[in-house]
Design a protein around this ligand. Structure first.
Ligand code: ZN
Ligand code: ZN
Length: 244
């Protein structure tokens, strides 16, 4: 499978730089993980909206979900004018107002998931880990039909259960919201030292640092992780393609 990073900033977008959005593709089939600010516009650099039928939302903080409305209207209007032939399937934690928002916009369908769900979409199976974050939030594990594994942490504090969930991943896309020494735990996030620990203990093959902060020098996040002995680590960038 291939993952294209559509956006990777935490909190709010930069100029031409969206917040969370990860397009995962295999054999001409695509799923999108998260729909942060700017993702609906920027994902069209890689795929037509009418060809994307599966959108997985990790949680409903704005930097992960605010473009949901754009995707819903995109499918409704796209069906009228360009004859999109399938519904957009939106998967997310159970939430009455979100499910109504999706279901009340024609040609869109909502599917709630939780930590016990295993959702099949084309060549992918998606499973979930309940994170520690101020709102209900899930990490996602995408396993393809060849057994390759991508884990996306979304937003979370460091937890041993997240280590366990990430074991055997070929690629770990992890949030890295704070610098070494900062108290990320109390905010429901991870600092670079905790990310290094997650990478080391889970034994993942490669780490992509994402959900990056708008302050400081982000290269220092990478230095912290690498100096902890994690050599296969990179900073996420808009447009970066990762072969899994
Ligand atoms: Zn976030
Ligand atoms: Zn969040």
């Amino acid at each position: 499978m291939k993952c294209t990073i559509v956006g990777m900033w935490g909190g709010f977008p930069k100029k031409n730089g969206p917040t969370s959005g990860y397009l995962v593709e295999k054999d001409g089939f695509a799923i999108l993980l998260d729909a942060g600010s700017g993702v609906a516009a920027h994902v069209q650099n890689y795929i037509e909206l009418n060809k994307l039928h599966h959108l997985f939302l990790s949680h409903y903080h704005y930097d992960h979900s605010v473009d949901l409305g754009a995707f819903l209207f995109g499918r409704m209007i796209g069906t009228y004018i360009d004859h999109a032939d399938k519904h957009l399937n939106v998967y997310g934690p159970k939430d009455k107002s979100i499910s109504q928002q999706v279901e009340n916009t024609r040609f869109n369908t909502f599917h709630p998931y939780d930590e016990n769900s295993a959702i099949k979409a084309g060549p992918f199976t998606v499973t979930f880990h309940k994170n520690t974050h101020p709102v209900e939030t899930y990490a996602m594990k995408i396993t393809d039909n060849e057994g390759k594994i991508l884990v996306y942490t979304a937003d979370s504090s460091y937890r041993k259960s997240l280590v366990k969930f990430s074991e055997n991943a070929d690629i770990l896309i992890t949030e890295c919201s704070h610098y070494a020494g900062e108290d990320a735990e109390k905010l429901g996030h991870m600092n670079a030292e905790e990310v290094a620990l997650l990478a080391e203990k889970s034994g993942v093959k490669k780490v992509v640092l994402s959900h990056l902060p708008h302050y400081g020098k982000v290269d220092e996040l990478l230095q912290t992780v690498k100096s902890a002995g994690i050599e296969e680590a990179v900073l996420a960038e808009t447009g970066m393609e990762i072969e899994v």
